[in-house]
Design a protein around this ligand. Structure first.
Ligand SMILES: NC(=O)c1ccc[n+]([C@@H]2O[C@H](COP(=O)([O-])OP(=O)(O)OC[C@H]3O[C@@H](n4cnc5c(N)ncnc54)[C@H](O)[C@@H]3O)[C@@H](O)[C@H]2O)c1
Ligand SMILES: [Fe+2]
Length: 384
């Protein structure tokens, strides 16, 4: 059998998608004591009343800080409130915060104990996730990302125990999101789909603990394919016409499917390279992964097998298609534009190479030279 004949999917026990599904929140909570981790933008909106407002025994934490510094979450644990369930409502940062707070309640801190893969010792407080951006897929994935002041780049905590217990993905919650948030979170979802679809295939040892990210596999492949096609077609529409309900629906579904796919396979080149670039330039995660995507695709297509896979994802030339989408939604086209100096490229490649978990998922040998080549083309704006 080929290496990608096996399959892994890790999913919430309950997953509802569509306009209006947020109304299921109170039923899912079922009267349990709730800590609600709420994105600050929600305060005073009707969505707040329609979700958190309907819960009985609830305490609210709305202090999610941008970039999610690791020590910013401890305040959510102050006092003697012991939640039976944690509800996360917001963008990827708020959902990651909810997942990590649920981890801290169950197993204690500091978070640095859990950095890396499979370090979470057991089940966490169950999380119900409601995303308000169409992008990260955090509502279904086994990973959360934090900034640790002691480290140069953001760090991931990955464990099957971080997969939320339930997710309610309601495109209505994304309708008011600003143009740049729609664009950057949406393009990140396209990167998730492409990296999942092109991930290396592994043949895990099923008698041992499998890695959290198991590479491209039989179950994720059709999901990633559908996600990439849907996002490529509809993201430019959602950015140009933010009130277009069909476009919001399609992009939200695409981002969810991409999350389901990459949550099992993992992501690779663009993600490994974005972490140091994000730390250096303080630019959003999706801006960086999206900017890099055409250049990473160009490097990947040097391998004929990977090129053939990429050709099935896009109508026309993959580099051209992704470049068109980026241009249409306002993703900068060069690293120079976001303030990266040419002299910084070798160090960025070094830091990316240190993300071994991500790099191992790449379908081609990710040497320092290859990463530097991608960065140099992305700096000059030459997809080659
Ligand atoms: N856990 C995962 O699987 C995973 C995957 C990819 C990225 N991430 C992480 O997710 C974060 C990025 O998440 P994101 O792209 O969703 O952005 P975000 O959560 O950082 O939100 C960006 C901004 O948009 C606001 N916002 C969110 N939804 C809105 C809405 N509907 N209307 C108006 N404003 C809204 C937020 O308040 C914030 O100011 C990064 O920290 C990244 O590392 C996690
Ligand atoms: Fe991402």
């Amino acid at each position: 059998m080929p290496e990608d004949a096996n399959g892994t999917l890790r999913l919430p026990g309950r997953l509802h998608f569509g306009f209006g599904v947020r109304a299921q929140l109170a039923a899912l909570v079922g009267g349990r004591r709730v800590l609600a981790v709420v994105d600050p933008f929600l305060k005073g909106t009707r969505f707040y009343d329609e979700t958190v407002g309907n819960l009985g025994n609830v305490r609210v934490f709305d202090g999610v800080t941008p970039e999610l510094p690791a020590d910013s979450l401890d305040v959510a644990l102050v006092g003697d409130f012991e939640p039976e369930v944690v509800v996360g409502i917001g963008g990827g940062s708020a959902l990651d915060a909810a997942k990590l707070i649920a981890l801290l309640f169950a197993h204690g801190g500091p978070l640095s104990r859990y950095y890396g893969e499979n370090q979470v010792p057991g089940p966490c407080v169950p999380v119900i996730a409601l995303p308000t951006t169409a992008g990260t897929g955090s509502e279904v994935t086994p990973v959360a990302v934090v900034a640790d002041p002691a480290r140069e780049v953001k760090v991931g905590i990955s464990s099957p125990f971080l997969v939320p217990a339930a997710a309610l993905v309601d495109p209505e919650l994304t309708l008011g999101s600003p143009r740049s948030v729609t664009a950057f979170s949406g393009i990140d979802a396209l990167v998730h789909a492409v990296e999942s679809y092109t991930a290396r295939a592994f043949d895990p040892d099923w008698t041992a603990t499998p890695p959290v990210f198991t590479g491209r596999n039989a179950l994720t492949e059709p999901i990633a394919l559908q996600a990439a096609r849907q996002i490529t077609r509809w993201l430019p529409v959602a950015v140009a016409q933010p009130g277009d309900r069909l476009a919001r629906h399609e992009v939200a579904q695409g981002a969810l499917l991409a999350g389901i796919a990459f949550g099992s396979t993992g992501t690779h080149l663009c993600h490994a390279l974005q972490y140091p670039i994000g730390a250096l330039t303080k630019t959003p995660h999706g801006l960086g992964t999206g900017l890099l995507l055409p250049y990473a695709i160009r490097a990947l297509t040097r391998d004929r097998t990977v090129a053939a896979r990429l050709a099935t994802l896009f109508d026309g030339d993959p580099v051209d298609r992704v470049t068109e989408v980026n241009r249409a939604i306002g993703v900068p086209s060069t690293l120079a534009e976001i303030g990266v100096g040419a002299e910084q490229l070798p160090r960025i490649a070094e830091l990316a190479l240190a993300s071994r978990r991500l790099i191992a998922i790449a379908p081609i040998e990710p040497s320092h030279g290859l990463l530097l080549d991608i960065l140099e083309h992305a700096h000059a704006g030459d997809p080659g």
